[in-house]
Structures are given as structure tokens and as C-alpha cells.
Design a protein around this ligand. Structure first.
Ligand code: HMG
Ligand code: MG
Length: 300
């Protein structure tokens, strides 16, 4: 398999990166992060979530963030919506693309969205219909594709089932989430090989958390499987509130550096991305989680 010439990066830092932060982060700081990412050339930014504020308090201000960001033409600014209520709030906030999120593990589905996998799929059906009526594209996520914090091993066939259902109900792309970052390259290839029997490879994306330091290797393995879209988080921010111990997504700067080295185009400026990551790391009072960013900043 030859490597692609172009890869699409989905920046999830403002959402996946910040959702688990316990300290308050101001709307202004979130807006600044999104605007910095727009300047860096990201073409898809997941800005926030319209979920229950009791479940994920940090995302409660998402509508305000949407109201204040400077939207660059051609860039998609998206939000997570778990149900119709979330979609309605997103529409009210002027959001043009949303994502629904299911899981390949029953236990995780219960912990994360308080319902079974089949119930979640049924819940997405009216959401999809309302999104269609409003001209809103919907992306789909499947969590726990390479392991579950509660159930352990997850059979790729279960992932394929949920991915197929999401695609069949109208999600234009399905992102496979290694929520706890336990996946390894061989298992990643096996996963995409299995899921690609149900959903075309160009409609699949990889979403790797870097808990075990395997994310870049897993992205390379995915590239060899013909996958051309990856989710990442500036400065490696993040973790899921319902996956204890799960660390951030793979750092966008590290993915970009690897893709640049492979001659794969993304349209993103590494220096500007490093600036964005360093600024939000300063806001959080935390060392920058991107190794590429740390190396470049220490060399200055
Ligand atoms: P529930 O308690 O079963 O919901 O939660 P409910 O329908 O019974 O409603 C209970 C209350 O929540 C009601 O309010 C509703 O109005 C409210 P009350 O009457 O008690 O005051 N409510 C809402 N409020 C705002 N926005 C909404 C909404 N829906 C209900 N959309 C629910 C079910 C799905 C709402 C809840 O479990 C939830 O919000 N979960 C979100 C969890 C979450 O955001 N997790 C992180 C994102 S997923 C992730 O990180 C994984 C990913 O990155 C991929 C990977 O890494 O694997 C995507
Ligand atoms: Mg995630």
C-alpha cells in the first residue's frame, strides 16, 4: 500500500483536550485556542460539546465559545451532540457540523452516555433526521475500538457492527477511537481490515489516545491500511472523563511532524501550531504534551 499524498487532520483539542480539565477555563481562553488553531491552518476544529453540563461541566460554555470564535471561510467548526436536545442546542448556536458518539463496549456506553449501544443507535436516528432537515453534516465516533477500561479486549467485529450502523444511518465518516490508548500497530491494522469490510476506508478515521505511547505508530499502521483522516489534539491535551487514566490524544504537532517527514500534505503550519499549543499549555499551567513542540521550543 502506498502512502497518501494528503491527510486530513481533525483537531479535537478544544473539545477532547479540554473536556476533562478540572480547573475552570475561561470562554476567552477557549476562543483564543480555536482562533489560534484556525490561524495555524487547521481545516476542521471540534470546538465543544452540547452534552449534559452535569456530566461534563467543562463543556457548559460551548455556545458562548461558538458565538465568539472568528470563523475562517472553508474551516469546519464542529460540536459533539449525544441526542436531539444537544443537536437543537447546537443549531441554536449556529453550528454547521456535529458528531454523535457511540461505543463498541456495553460497559463504556453505559458509563459515557447512560444507555446501551443499541439504545444509543436508536437515539441517533431522530438526531440524524433533524440534522438532515437543517443541512447539518454528522460525523460518527466509535469508542473503545482497541480496548475498554471496563471490559478489556474488544472484538473488531463489534466495532465493525457499530461503525456500519452509524454509516448506514447517514454519518459521512466514522472515527474509530482508541479511547484508552492500549492499541498496537498490528491490532490497528487488523481493526481497519475488519471494519473496512463494512465501511469504505475513505469514510473511516483514526482517533488515537497516546496513553501507552503507541499513537504515532498506530497512525502509521493506519496509513498503510489506506486511512487518510486522523484526529489529534494540540499539545497532546486531553482524556475522556469516563475512561479513568486515559491520557490525551496524540499531539497534533507530533502527527504533523511525522506527516511532513513522509512528504504528506496537510495545509497546516507547524510553527503556528506550536505557538497555539504553547499558549494553551501556559493557560493550564502544564508542560506542553507535544514532544515536537518541546524540542523546537528548547532549540530556540
Ligand atoms: P441522561 O442523564 O441519561 O439524560 O444522560 P436524560 O435524557 O435522562 O436527561 C437528564 C438531564 O440531562 C436532564 O436535565 C436533561 O435536560 C439533561 P435535568 O432535568 O436533570 O435538569 N440533558 C442535557 N443537557 C444538555 N445537553 C444535552 C442534554 N441531554 C440531556 N444534550 C447524556 C445522557 C447523553 C445526556 C449524558 O450521559 C451526557 O451528556 N453524556 C456526555 C458524556 C460525554 O460528553 N463524554 C465525553 C465525550 S465522548 C469521548 O470523549 C470519546 C471520543 O473522544 C472518542 C474516543 O476517544 O473514544 C469522542
Ligand atoms: Mg477521545
Amino acid at each position: 500500500m502506498t502512502l497518501p499524498k494528503h491527510v486530513r487532520l481533525v483537531e479535537v483539542g478544544p473539545r477532547d483536550g479540554l473536556q476533562n480539565e478540572k480547573q475552570p477555563i475561561s470562554v476567552a481562553d477557549k476562543v483564543r485556542l480555536v482562533d489560534d488553531l484556525s490561524v495555524a491552518g487547521l481545516q476542521y476544529i471540534e470546538v465543544g460539546s452540547f452534552v449534559s453540563p452535569k456530566w461534563v461541566p467543562q463543556m457548559a460554555g460551548s455556545a458562548e465559545v461558538f458565538a465568539q470564535i472568528r470563523q475562517k471561510p472553508g474551516v469546519t467548526y464542529a460540536a459533539l451532540t449525544p441526542n436531539l436536545k444537544g443537536l437543537e442546542a447546537a443549531i441554536e448556536a449556529g453550528v454547521s457540523e456535529v458528531a454523535v458518539f457511540g461505543a463498541a463496549s456495553e460497559a463504556f456506553s453505559q458509563k459515557n452516555i447512560n444507555c446501551s449501544i443499541e439504545e444509543s443507535l436508536a437515539r441517533f436516528v431522530p438526531l440524524m433526521a433533524a440534522a438532515r432537515e437543517n443541512g447539518i453534516q454528522v460525523r460518527g465516533y466509535v469508542s473503545c475500538v482497541l480496548g475498554c477500561p471496563y471490559e478489556g479486549e474488544v472484538d473488531p467485529k463489534r466495532v465493525a457492527h457499530v461503525a456500519r450502523e452509524l454509516f448506514a444511518m447517514g454519518c459521512y465518516e466514522v472515527s474509530l477511537g482508541d479511547t484508552i490508548g492500549t492499541g498496537t500497530p498490528g491490532k490497528t491494522r487488523q481493526l481497519f481490515e475488519t471494519v473496512a469490510r463494512e465501511v469504505p476506508r475513505d469514510k473511516l478515521a483514526g482517533h488515537f489516545h497516546d496513553t501507552y505511547g503507541q499513537a504515532l505508530a498506530n497512525i502509521y499502521a493506519s496509513l498503510l491500511e489506506g486511512i487518510c483522516t486522523f484526529d489529534s489534539s494540540v499539545a497532546g491535551l486531553g482524556g475522556c472523563p469516563y475512561a479513568k487514566g486515559a491520557s490525551g490524544n496524540v499531539a497534533s504537532e507530533d502527527v504533523l511532524y511525522m506527516l511532513d517527514g513522509l512528504g504528506i500534505q496537510t495545509g497546516i503550519d507547524l510553527d503556528a501550531l506550536v505557538t497555539a499549543g504553547q499558549r494553551i499549555s501556559g493557560v493550564l499551567g502544564r508542560p506542553n504534551g507535544s514532544r515536537v513542540a518541546r524540542a523546537r521550543l528548547s532549540a530556540q
